[in-house]
Design a binder for this molecule. Structure first.
Ligand code: SER
Length: 319
């Protein structure tokens, strides 16, 4: 029986992964680990919550022991743009945090999921149909921690038999908790702006392509990978996964199908633009498809329709 700890339960992914895992495995089986962010009330009401600063071993180890945790979803990280503003903090959370998670998992035999990212690639990577195994020389601290994290996780698997698994997430589009300072955030912000003001100023240039994914597929990827029979896995840290690839003018056109007078202007943010240009236009995720049946459900039109429906409802509800 699984006993799960989610580190970063109040974040963009954690706030949706926690209820999903509680639904599947039972409320008492899924411990929500929170740190700085104020968690939504539902997290407390639906199951156990513990304060876990991933960089603090003294907090982490007792929680693992108390709940007999056997699976950890380690979602603590600073995203790419915030990471460039605080590179040492990005390293501290990404690397020292991961090391604590791997060490506790070595001692208590936990399986570990730690997301990697499209940020693990850089300009010397082939940016079209980016292969699973290729050059990884990122230019951001976020990317540096993701590549190093992939290597460290593979090391703990080979050297200490810790069951580490990971996916390279693209930009994740969601409507519960906003992302915290990434390059792909525009693809979330555009929907709120479209519903509230019918216009959006885009920080990324009109023809810059990036991989993206809608949250339900992102949750499915994490859960499905952690459940697959390990004998099927040739790779572990980390799998390319994508669901759609688009540029700003494509997402604007899609929104216009629902809000015809939606206006898009551009004010390029040089940091975000240069990061976006160094990331894949479209990854090849065939290894994930072969090794654990990865098969996303949402394409651009389906995602856009659902985002607009949910955000309109949220805005009408005064939230
Ligand atoms: N969404 C992340 C970012 O933009 C990429 O993984 O930083």
């Amino acid at each position: 029986m699984k006993n799960i700890l989610i580190i970063g339960s109040a974040g963009q992914i954690g706030s949706e992964l926690t209820p999903e895992l509680r639904k599947r495995y039972g409320n008492s089986k899924v411990v929500a680990g929170i740190h700085k962010t104020k968690p939504p009330r539902e997290l407390f009401e639906s199951g156990p919550v513990e304060r876990v600063d991933v960089t603090d071993k003294e907090q982490l180890f007792p929680v693992i022991k108390k709940y007999k945790i056997d699976t950890i979803y380690n979602l603590a990280a600073l995203l790419s743009v915030v990471g460039e503003a605080n590179p040492l903090e990005a390293w501290h959370v990404g690397m020292n945090g991961l090391l604590n998670v791997l060490e506790v998992s070595r001692e208590y035999r936990c399986a570990v999921f730690t997301p990697s990212s499209i940020g693990a690639f850089g300009l010397s990577t082939p940016l079209d149909n980016t292969p699973q195994d290729t050059i990884q020389r990122p230019q951001t601290m976020y990317g540096v921690t993701k590549v190093a994290g992939e290597l460290l996780s593979d090391y703990y698997f080979k050297r200490f038999d810790v069951d580490t698994r990971s996916v390279r997430y693209p930009g994740i589009i969601s409507n519960v908790t906003p992302p915290g300072g990434g390059t792909t955030d525009y693809a979330v912000e555009i929907f709120y702006a479209a519903v509230k003001e019918k216009k959006f100023t885009c920080p990324i240039s009109s023809k810059t392509f990036l991989d993206m994914m809608y949250m339900p597929d992102a949750l499915e990827a994490a859960i499905q990978l952690m459940e697959v029979d390990p004998s099927r896995l040739k790779h572990r840290n980390s799998f390319n996964v994508t669901a759609m690839s688009f540029c700003p003018e494509m997402i604007a056109a899609e929104i216009r199908r629902h809000i015809p007078d939606f206006e898009m202007n551009y004010k390029i943010d040089p940091i975000k633009q240069s990061i976006a240009e160094s990331w894949p236009n479209k990854m090849d995720d065939s290894c994930a498809r072969e090794e654990w049946n990865w098969n996303p459900k949402y394409d651009l039109p389906m995602m856009a329709e659902d985002m607009l429906r949910v955000i309109k409802k949220k805005c009408q509800g005064g939230k």
